[in-house]
Ligand binder design. Structure first.
Ligand SMILES: Cc1cc2nc3c(=O)[nH]c(=O)nc-3n(C[C@H](O)[C@H](O)[C@H](O)COP(=O)(O)OP(=O)(O)OC[C@H]3O[C@@H](n4cnc5c(N)ncnc54)[C@H](O)[C@@H]3O)c2cc1C
Length: 129
């Protein structure tokens, strides 16, 4: 991991204290109903368990967008529309950079990848024609 061992030990000790007390003073994990829904109900804090028993594994975590609520409006051919509603010739959008076809809701898993792939496919076909 190439981390300073003493700093890492301090971080783990602090984290384990939160796990034992049930209160995450740093990131407040386990405080919301949404957190607890995905947690382990047998733990004092359903989102935290002590890091104590080897073997340990580490991985880098990057933030990512699950979806956006906004972006350019497209038509059924994935063409970007002007404010007045006319398509801009040769300019397409799909996925998170375009306004969601689901409007302001997220009906369930697949509601971003499905339309993203579909409109990407439609855009490529229309563009090729
Ligand atoms: C944890 C998690 C779980 C998810 N689970 C689901 C799920 O179960 N079902 C589902 O449907 N969706 C799910 N999603 C959402 C889904 O993964 C995204 O909505 C989808 O990947 C967005 O695809 P995209 O191509 O629009 O954008 P991205 O995948 O974000 O692609 C954008 C690309 O553009 C590149 N880029 C950015 N800026 C520039 C630039 N200036 N120049 C060149 N390239 C640039 C980026 O590097 C990136 O590769 C999940 C997302 C996350 C984070």
């Amino acid at each position: 991991m190439e981390l300073p061992p003493e700093q890492l030990q301090q971080t783990i000790d602090r984290f384990n204290g939160f796990a034992r007390n049930g209160i995450d003073e740093d990131f407040h994990r386990g405080e919301s109903a949404h957190d607890r829904y995905y947690g382990d109900p047998t733990l004092k804090n359903p989102n935290l368990d002590v890091i104590a028993e080897a073997p340990f594994y580490a991985m880098r975590v990057y933030p990512g967008d699950i979806g956006t609520k906004g972006g350019v409006v497209i038509d059924t051919k994935a063409r970007i529309l002007r404010t007045g509603g006319a398509p801009i010739a040769g300019v397409y959008a799909a996925g998170n950079c375009s306004a969601s076809v689901m409007g302001e809701s997220y009906p369930g898993p697949g509601a971003t990848l499905g339309p993203g792939m579909t409109f990407g496919y439609i855009a490529a076909k229309h563009c090729a024609q």
